[in-house]
Design a protein around this ligand. Structure first.
Ligand code: AHR
Length: 613
């Protein structure tokens, strides 16, 4: 029986309670939410970023062309450019199957070009069946300058190609093709269908830009002094200003980021959808399986100053140094930043906390009203988690970011997780969670779990499902909330659950009591999945037991591994009684098919994992 007392006053539920977590994983930014249609527009892809890349990835050359990195470059932060021979042409293939254009819609082309002797460019959009828009001619003469042309598509195609042909020798950089029709018609804007799907959730906040993306890679800047570091942590100053001056990066998820979608665009999008912006900055301790603390006082100080500058960029008057940069980018009014995360899933709690304390002290000294979010490490339990929580509690931090990905059963069984949390301790930001799958049973288990979050709205202040977006042709992580390719996007069951909760946030909790545990029947787990990513991993024992303790499946990997299949990239083999991932594929899930005998809903999975995540 359920008893409800409508007169009793439960905890207040904040409007910001449910939000979204945007990370540039699964090509969520370039080739995704960022509307740019040209891939590798500034010729900065490199084999140092990803073994399959070259500076001409996504480009084909007719005639002579080479990518050059010399003093003739466009600027110091955009180091490569294309040198095209007279009578030659280059063609870009975009993302997925190609450049998507819709009949009757407008597209804006731009290029930075240099042609001392003068040349005429012919810019065309075609697919295998022929012309997609009337070709345009652009006269180029002199040093680096930006040239533009616009097209109206005469046909719809998913397989478009953009070609720039030149009569004379010319240098090119930052070759761009944008749909005119972006979300809220913003310049340098966002792909409309994806932005609209996120907006339809009515999120209370947007956590960005990651995730592992934030605190992995070098903490150095992009400069000659640091050797033009290619794999850097996400540093906000790299991502603002004119797009051709933003230093591209190679991210943790294995691909190049243009940073065309950068901090200004994240703040603007949050504002456009009425959500609170919640950025996360690196804390100089690398998490996500990499366990490294950067010991460099000067660098730490610089990052702390960068964080103060970020708050000024978001909130400072247009007369302040960084407020002025924001104003020059087109937003004189502040973005109203109130909450900021320092660090993500650091698995060295002591090292993380020592640095976090310095960030927090500096932020609170200058901006006492900013809520500074700490975190509890990569797992939802264990020594790291306990140590991190102890440190956070003792230091009375504002809020702790927790993350967990688990089975639907786990979410059903842990509905009471926050019932016992200390009411006088730090608040909880559940920054990342998902049950392992995009099926209805997953959405259902998340919905059940969210009732527990809401019941504890006095402790759990913010919660976001993760990850938000996945381009189906470039997946590093699944499940994901919204899926897309270059022509369409579709919602998962998990999305519908999130939309239901976000569109119906109550004002306060109405206390209720259940006298019996609801009876869950039927198999809720149809497969056993072990997930790993980024680094190699090895399992030496997997056991699935039912609630009564009987073993439904066990594998010590002493025989063959034929019952296991893989989803995603990566290869595995049996080695010395362990099941070992033999490459460093970014995403890999081992799955064994559901056994019809698994009728009990209360499955427990135990896996001993030797390394990796
Ligand atoms: O959401 C995907 C990844 O999961 C995030 O980057 C990381 O924080 C977590 O481990």
């Amino acid at each position: 029986a359920i008893t409800v007392d409508p007169a009793a006053k439960g905890a207040t539920i904040d409007d910001t309670m449910y939000g979204v977590f945007f990370e540039d994983i699964n090509r969520a930014a370039d080739g995704g939410l960022y509307a740019e249609l040209v891939q590798n527009r500034s010729f900065e892809y490199s084999t140092a970023d990803n073994g399959s890349y070259t500076p001409l990835t996504s480009w084909t050359v007719g005639g002579t062309a080479q990518v050059v990195n010399d003093a003739g470059r466009l600027n110091e932060r955009n180091r490569n450019y294309l040198s095209l021979g007279a009578g030659s042409a280059v063609t870009n293939a975009g993302y997925n199957t190609g450049i998507r254009v819709d009949q009757g819609k407008k597209y804006d082309f731009s290029v930075w070009a240099r042609a001392e002797s003068g040349t005429t460019l012919t810019v065309s959009l075609k697919d295998a069946a022929g012309t997609l828009a009337t070709a345009r001619q652009v006269a180029v003469k002199g040093g680096w300058a930006k040239y533009r042309a616009s097209f109206t598509a005469t046909r719809t195609s998913n397989r478009g190609r953009l070609t720039v042909a030149s009569t004379g020798a010319a240098a090119f950089d930052e070759v761009s093709l944008f749909p005119r029709d972006t979300y809220k018609n913003q310049p340098n804007g966002l792909r409309k269908d994806l932005a609209e799907k996120i907006a339809a959730l009515k999120p209370g906040f947007v956590r960005f830009p990651g995730g592992c993306l934030v605190n992995t890679g070098s903490m150095e800047d992009y400069s000659e002094a640091s050797g033009w570091q290619r794999k850097r942590s996400y540093q906000w100053k790299d991502t603002i200003g004119p797009v051709e001056q933003r230093a591209t990066n190679a991210n943790f998820w294995g691909y190049n980021q243009s940073y065309g979608l950068g901090y200004y665009e994240y703040f603007r999008f949050s504002e456009d959808i009425g959500a609170m912006p919640l950025p996360v900055v690196p804390a100089l301790v690398t998490g996500c399986g990499q366990n490294k603390a950067t010991d460099n006082e000067a660098l730490l100080k610089r990052h702390i100053q960068d964080t103060l500058d970020l708050i000024e960029f978001a909130n400072g008057p247009a007369t302040s140094k960084w407020g002025k940069v924001r104003a020059q980018m087109g937003h004189p009014k502040p973005f109203h930043l109130t909450t900021l995360g320092v660090g993500n899933e650091e698995n060295l709690p002591n090292e993380f906390f020592a640095r976090f304390q310095q960030f927090r002290a500096a932020i609170k000294a200058k901006y006492p009203d900013i809520t500074v979010v700490s975190n509890s490490g990569p797992d939802d339990s264990g020594t790291t988690f306990d140590t991190a929580w102890k440190l956070n509690r003792e230091a009375n931090v504002d809020m702790v970011d927790e993350h967990y990905y688990n089975t639907p059963n786990w979410f059903l069984q842990n509905n009471d997780r926050y019932d016992s949390y200390d009411r006088s301790g730090p608040k909880v930001f559940l920054g990342e969670y998902a049950s392992q799958g995009n099926a209805w049973k997953n959405g259902l288990s998340e919905a059940a779990f969210m009732t527990g979050l809401e019941r504890n709205a006095d402790v759990v202040k913010l919660a976001s499902y993760a990850p938000l977006l996945a381009n189906e042709d470039y997946v590093q992580w699944r499940p994901d909330m919204i899926w897309f390719n270059n022509r369409a996007s579709w919602n998962s069951a998990n999305y519908e659950v999130q939309r239901l909760f976000m569109n119906n946030v109550g004002a306060r909790v109405v206390p209720s009591k259940a006298t019996t545990t609801p009876n869950v029947s039927g198999p809720i787990t149809g497969a056993v999945g072990l997930s790993t990513w980024a680094t190699s991993a090895a399992y030496d024992d997997v056991k699935v037991t039912s609630a009564d303790g009987s073993t439904l499946l066990s594998d010590d990997f002493s025989g063959d591994a034929s019952k296991w299949t893989h989803s995603g990239a990566g290869s595995w083999s049996i080695q010395d009684g362990q099941y070992v991932q033999t490459d460093a594929a970014a995403e890999n899930t081992l799955v064994t098919a559901g056994d019809p005998a698994w009728k009990d809903y209360d499955l427990q999975v135990k896996a001993t994992k030797k390394s990796g995540k």
